[in-house]
Design a protein around this ligand. Structure first.
Ligand code: GRF
Length: 208
């Protein structure tokens, strides 16, 4: 009888502020056995985030750190960090987390925190990336999964996927086309991390 070798499963946790479709894409890939990991928890700053329903449906623990209930950004970040530590995660995935993380949190999770951004970085960082792409008139757009550093959308790039920008596109149609790629790019990047296949050399991330 052939025995399966025990797989060292990584604990994957998520930070999300809204719809949570990227979170769902990773959770589905984990549930399907495509990623050697377990979903350790979802932390959100928004008690109204649809991501919460998704996590509950998938049996993934949820912690709400409601930004509005804290007297200062520092107090919020302290509670957020405590919630993040509580997940005991090997990897933190920012899946539509809509706030800037403080430097202390970024440093603590350095090398094990990734973000998905709906543009081909370094173009169109920050908010409304798809709108920026339409307004600039680019012919190709896409998404980027990158490690998180202290800058805004500036960390080393793990995976990028591109899509055409069509003549009749508006922000919504382009965002939908990019989102379909995000749902493949993010699970792929998480899988590579969980398989210990990412090697970071300065700005470059090599896949072993
Ligand atoms: C995605 O477009 C992601 O790239 C950006 O925020 C959006 C989140 O969508 N950071 P969802 O919450 O994962 O559906």
């Amino acid at each position: 009888m052939r025995r399966e070798l025990p797989v060292d499963k990584k604990r994957i946790a998520f930070l999300a502020s809204g719809r949570g479709s990227n979170f769902q894409a990773v959770a589905d890939a984990v549930a399907a056995g495509d990623i050697p990991g377990i979903c350790a928890g979802l932390v959100t700053d928004n008690p109204g985030a649809y991501a919460i329903e998704r996590a509950k449906n998938a049996g993934i623990p949820v912690t709400v750190v409601d930004y509005a209930r804290f007297p200062s950004r520092a107090a919020y970040e302290e509670a957020l960090l405590a919630a993040m530590r509580g997940c005991r995660a090997d990897l933190f995935v920012l899946a539509g987390y809509m706030r800037i993380l403080g430097a202390g949190i970024v440093r603590e999770f350095s090398g094990r925190m990734m973000n998905i951004h709906p543009a081909l970085l370094p173009a169109f960082s920050g908010l409304h990336a798809q709108r920026q792409a339409i307004e600039y008139g680019v012919k190709v757009a896409g998404c980027t999964v990158h490690l998180v550093d202290e800058g805004m959308d500036t960390g080393p790039i793990i995976v990028q996927r591109c899509v055409p920008v069509l003549p009749d596109d508006d922000e919504t149609t382009l965002a939908d086309r990019i989102l379909a790629e995000e749902h493949e790019a993010l699970p792929l990047a998480v899988k590579l991390f969980c398989e210990d296949r990412l090697e970071v050399d300065g700005r470059r991330v090599r896949v072993r």
